[in-house]
Design a protein around this ligand. Structure first.
Ligand SMILES: [Zn+2]
Length: 331
């Protein structure tokens, strides 16, 4: 993974390349931006640029260091994320203080293949407060020759004291045309690529899961279930919430994004439909009918607030219960 292979993030890459070129890369960085736009890939590309001895600052993609980075076996790169937390505790929904202790211990050791160490903390918005406080100590006294990259879809969930000690690099949503091109280059049928790119809201991950064999079908089914919510019984609502809260398997993480995005989109569609239905008659505004639009908009606001909560609380059954019950009540 080199900078060359990252698409659609010219600004973020420009900042990183300039910092590398001047030898002024910050010890700690936050890669902030929506899911599925290339933050993890860029973090890996940065590690490649730091470790490659053939083409320092870029990465040659061919040497032993580059190869080890590509296969995930480089001894001087440490990656911590929710998956890692779940290897230790299957039900983990946060990144633990132990993970931060491991990062601290690793970064304070001498490099094996070079004098550098790189740590990547993915899904940093899921760090517990204790873990964030532990991390703060590392940020206050960064060990020499180390680079720590925090990746976050919701950097607001990080303590302000952490944010102020890191250089923030912002990642933008990807253009639909680029997403379409990338999907097509991965072998997706052009028509499906176009549809998925249009629905992906700038996230390549989301586009990929939409374009996957049953992605569009899955979304359509979910929308049908949401349409039926007002008539659903309490157990049915809670069953659906459980299903949405814990999508398992390989596609789990992508599915979770898809679930959230589909619910938000569904709410927005309801607002539009309600607004259309309440087009003011020629003889003045029907105030009681506009109430429907106001109610629908409040529903979108609530759904949005809860969706922000998901980002802090990756897999919360409770949050899904609340959201769906809320949607059922506020028809
Ligand atoms: Zn190399």
């Amino acid at each position: 993974m080199t900078f060359e292979s990252i698409r659609g993030q010219e600004r973020a890459l420009g900042t990183l390349r300039r910092a590398l070129g001047r030898g002024r890369l910050a010890h700690a960085l936050i890669f902030a931006g929506p899911a599925g736009v290339g933050k993890r890939a860029t973090a890996r590309a940065l590690a490649t640029a730091l470790f490659c001895k053939n083409e320092p600052g870029l990465g040659c993609g061919a040497c032993d260091d580059c190869h080890l980075l590509e296969t995930g076996g480089h001894p001087d790169l440490l990656v911590e994320d929710l998956e890692r937390a779940r290897e230790e505790r299957a039900t983990a929904s946060k990144l633990s203080i132990d993970q931060i202790r491991r990062v601290r211990a690793q970064l304070s050791m001498r490099g094996v293949r070079s004098d550098k160490k790189v740590g990547i903390i993915d899904q940093a918005e899921l760090l517990t407060t204790d873990a964030q406080n532990a991390l703060l100590k590392t940020l206050e006294e960064p060990p020499g020759h180390t680079t720590l990259i925090l990746i976050a879809t919701n950097a607001d969930a990080l303590l302000s004291t952490i944010r102020s000690r890191c250089q923030s690099i912002l990642f933008a949503p990807l253009e639909p045309a680029l997403i379409r091109e990338l999907l097509e280059s991965e072998g997706t049928d052009p028509e499906l690529a176009e549809t998925a790119a249009g629905l992906a809201e700038g996230s390549l991950d989301r586009a990929r899961s939409l374009a996957a064999e049953d992605g569009l079908e899955y979304t359509a089914e979910l929308r049908t279930k949401l349409d039926a919510l007002p008539r659903a019984t309490l157990p049915e609502v809670l069953d659906l919430a459980a299903e949405l809260a814990a999508p398992r398997g390989e596609k789990g993480r992508a599915r979770q994004q898809l679930n959230r995005a589909t619910v938000l989109e569904w709410c927005r569609d309801r607002v539009l439909r309600a607004a259309e239905a309440t087009a003011p008659p020629t003889d003045g505004y029907g105030h009681d009918r506009l109430d429907e639009v106001r109610r629908a908009l409040r529903r979108v606001d609530r759904a949005y607030a809860i969706s922000r909560e998901f980002e802090r609380n990756a897999n919360s059954h409770l949050a899904w219960d609340r959201l769906l019950l809320d949607l059922r009540e506020s028809r």
